[in-house]
Write a protein that binds this ligand. Structure first.
Ligand SMILES: [Zn+2]
Length: 181
């Protein structure tokens, strides 16, 4: 198996920069990194269906705490919000058979776990599928949601669901205190 979700070749460098910004020790131009992520998301969303939309959405999710609380320059938050809204509004594929998606995990827990999850999503053959989600995150599901014993392939399937990027975009908008519409 190759990559589970489409990711650009330099995904690991991008992920490192995003993590540095999230943890507040990025030495480069934070706003330029944020704007670049928002523009890539916009461009990718307008392109072929198999582009790395989820990857760039997860980037903005990682950068959302900085955008919300890090005092970014003028226009940055608007640009991020507009890109995320476009993705969030794209959740018109109706329903799917899944009772649960990775975006249902607590956002802070997911942010802590995301670098590991991206490694697994990039190359699942090299990693344990347990890396796909924070430990124990399936335990707190509501009754009626899916059972906690989803297999690795079942969890991968939910990462690949077309509703997953819109769900993470909604989570990022929530973090920014913005609405979808
Ligand atoms: Zn689904």
């Amino acid at each position: 198996m190759s990559t589970v979700i489409p990711m650009p070749a330099n995904w690991a460098d991008l992920c490192s920069s995003w993590e540095e910004i999230r943890h507040g020790y990025h030495a480069g131009d934070k706003d330029a990194t944020v704007r670049d992520c928002a523009r890539r998301l916009d461009t990718t969303a307008a392109g072929p269906k198999d582009g790395p939309v989820l990857f760039w959405t997860l980037g903005l999710l990682t950068l959302a705490p900085y955008v919300a609380f890090g005092d970014p320059g003028p226009g940055v938050e608007d640009e991020v919000t507009a890109a995320l809204r476009r993705i969030a509004r794209g959740d018109d594929s109706g329903s799917c058979a899944h009772g649960w998606h990775p975006y249902d995990v607590d956002v802070d827990e997911m942010l802590e776990h995301l670098p590991t999850a991206l490694e697994v999503l990039n190359s699942p053959a090299d990693h344990t599928l347990n890396g796909l989600l924070p430990a124990d995150c399936l335990d707190g599901l509501d009754d009626g949601a899916e059972p906690a014993n989803l297999s690795g392939p079942e969890v991968l399937d939910r990462w690949q669901c077309p509703r997953t990027a819109p769900g993470f975009a909604r989570a990022a908008l929530d973090h920014l205190g913005a609405t979808v519409h």
